[in-house]
Design a protein around this ligand. Structure first.
Ligand code: FAD
Ligand code: PHB
Length: 400
C-alpha cells in the first residue's frame, strides 16, 4: 500500500478522466508515458475498485499492451497463459487450439481487479492524481475548447479545467448522459437470459475454459488462479439470488458440465455470487465536442465472448494515439477519426459476442433452433476454417 499523504487535487489538467475502471486507469497511465497529464475522478473507494469481481480473460494484444506499458510484471508471474478453449456439448469435449490456429497467439487469465490494482499502484508511484470518492461529478462546456468537470470531494465543491474529457465511467456513469440525446444514435439489444456467476475456493476442474451447451442451458467453467474457480450458469433475466442457494448452483453446474466418462466438478466454498443481465449496447458517435467516451461508457457486449475489458483497452489505445498526435504535432485528424476507428472494432466484437451467445444459450426457440445450434457447434469445432475464425476473434482481432 502506498503511504503518501493525500494530495490536494489539481484544478487544471490536460485530460480529465471520469472513472477509475480499467479504461480510465489505463488511459491515465498510457498518457503519462506520452508525457500528457491527467486527473482521474472516481466515485467509489479505492478498496471497492480493487476488489470488484468482473472480467478475467485478456486477449493477446491486451496482455501485450499491459506489458509494453510496464504494468504487466505481476500478470506475467501470476496470470495463467492458455493455448486453447473447450466446447462441451452432446457429452463430449471439442478443443479449439487457439495458438495452433492463430500463429501462436494466446489468452491470459488474470482478474480485472488485479489489473486495476497494478494500474493504481503504477499511477501512485508516478505521482498521478486519482481522486476517489468524487461525488456529483458533472461535465460542462464540452462544445468549446475549455471543458470543465465539477465535483465534490472531502466535503468541498471543486472544479477541474481540462483540454479534453475522457468518459470512462462505465455503463451507468454520467458521461454518456451528458451528451444531448439527439446527438447520439443508440443501438440496444436485450437477450432473454442472464448469467449467474460464482467465485469459489476450489481448484479449477479443467486446465482450460469450458463453454458448455446443455439442455438445461449454458454453463462456463473458468478460473482466476490454480486455487480459485470462476463458474457461470445461464439463468432467467431478473432472476433473484435468493432463489439460487449454493447447493442448487453446484447441482446445476454439475448437471450442465457433466460428461458421461465420469469427469467430475468438485464444489467448494462460494466466495462471491452475482447475476448479470445480458445486453448489447452501442452509441454512435463515441465523441461529443471535447468529450471522448471509452469502454463500457460507450458500449457493452454480452460476456460470452470475454470481450468487454478487451474492448475498453482497444478504445484507450486509439485515444492515446490521437491525443499524443494532438499534443506533439497539433494534429486533430486522429481525434476526429476516434469514433469511427473504435466503432469498426466494436461492431466486429459485438457480432462475435452475439454469435457466441446465440450458439450456446437455450433461448426457447424450440426443437428447430436446438438443431441449428448443435449443427453450428459441430461445424465450428469440426471445420478448420470455422475454428480458425473463432480462434482469431477469441484471441483478439489484430490492430491496424
Ligand atoms: P468499469 O469497469 O465499469 O469502470 C467504470 C468506473 O467508473 C467504475 O470504477 C465506476 O465506479 C466509475 N464511475 C461510474 N460512475 C461514475 C461517476 N458518476 N463519477 C465518477 N466515477 C464513476 N470483459 C472481458 O474482456 N473479459 C471477460 O472475461 C469479462 N467477463 C465479465 C464478467 C462479468 C460478470 C461482467 C459483469 C463483465 C465482464 N466483462 C468481461 C466486462 C468487463 O468487466 C467490462 O467491460 C469492463 O469493466 C469495462 O471497463 P470500464 O473501465 O469501461 O468500465
Ligand atoms: C471469466 O473468467 O470471468 C470469463 C471467462 C470467459 C467469458 C466470460 C467470463 O466468456
Amino acid at each position: 500500500m502506498n503511504a503518501r499523504p493525500p494530495m490536494t487535487p489539481p484544478t487544471r489538467t490536460q485530460v480529465g478522466i471520469v472513472g477509475a475502471g480499467p479504461a480510465g486507469l489505463l488511459l491515465s497511465h498510457l498518457l503519462y508515458l506520452e508525457g500528457i497529464e491527467s486527473v482521474v475522478l472516481e466515485a467509489r473507494t479505492r478498496e471497492y475498485c480493487e476488489t470488484r469481481v468482473r472480467a478475467g480473460v485478456l486477449e493477446h494484444g491486451t496482455a501485450r499492451l499491459l506489458d509494453a506499458a510496464g504494468v504487466g510484471a505481476r500478470m506475467r508471474r501470476e496470470g495463467l497463459v492458455h493455448h486453447g478453449i473447450v466446447f462441451r456439448f452432446g457429452g463430449r469435449d471439442h478443443r479449439i487450439d487457439l495458438s495452433g490456429l492463430t500463429g501462436g497467439r494466446t489468452i491470459t487469465v488474470y482478474a480485472q481487479h488485479e489489473i486495476v490494482k497494478d494500474l493504481i499502484a503504477a499511477r501512485r508511484d508516478a505521482g498521478g492524481a486519482i481522486v476517489f470518492e468524487a461525488e456529483n461529478v458533472s461535465l460542462h462546456h464540452l462544445d468549446g475548447s475549455a471543458p470543465t468537470i465539477r465535483y465534490r470531494a472531502g466535503g468541498e465543491a471543486r472544479e477541474l479545467a481540462c483540454d479534453f474529457v475522457a468518459g470512462c465511467d462505465g455503463f451507468h456513469g454520467i458521461s454518456r448522459s451528458s451528451i444531448p440525446p439527439d446527438a447520439l444514435t443508440v443501438y440496444d439489444h436485450h437477450y432473454p437470459f442472464a448469467w449467474l456467476g460464482i467465485l469459489a475456493r476450489v481448484p479449477p476442474a479443467s486446465e482450460e475454459l469450458i463453454y458448455a451447451r446443455h439442455d438445461h442451458g449454458f454453463a462456463l467453467l473458468s478460473m482466476r488462479t490454480r486455487e480459485i474457480s470462476r463458474l457461470y450458469l445461464q439463468c432467467d433475466p431478473g432472476a433473484e439470488l435468493d432463489r439460487w442457494p449454493d447447493h442448487l448452483v453446484w447441482d446445476e453446474l454439475r448437471c450442465r458440465l457433466e460428461r458421461p466418462d465420469g469427469w467430475a466438478l468438485r464444489d467448494g466454498p462460494i466466495l462471491q455470487k452475482g447475476i448479470t443481465d445480458m445486453r448489447s449496447f452501442v452509441v454512435d458517435p463515441m465523441r461529443h465536442g471535447r468529450l471522448f467516451l471509452a469502454g463500457d461508457a460507450a458500449h457493452i457486449v454480452p460476456p460470452t465472448g470475454a470481450k468487454g475489458l478487451n474492448l475498453a483497452a482497444a478504445d484507450v489505445r486509439v485515444l492515446v494515439q490521437a491525443l499524443a498526435a494532438f499534443y506533439k504535432e497539433r494534429r486533430t485528424d486522429l481525434l476526429d477519426g476516434y469514433s469511427d476507428t473504435c466503432l469498426r472494432r466494436v461492431w466486429k466484437v459485438q457480432r462475435f459476442s452475439w454469435w457466441m451467445t446465440s450458439m450456446l444459450h437455450r433461448g426457447g426457440g424450440g426443437a428447430f433452433a436446438d438443431q441449428i445450434q448443435l449443427a453450428e457447434l459441430d461445424y465450428v469445432t469440426g471445420s478448420r476454417a470455422a475454428s480458425a475464425a473463432l480462434a482469431e476473434n477469441y484471441v483478439g482481432l489484430p490492430f491496424d
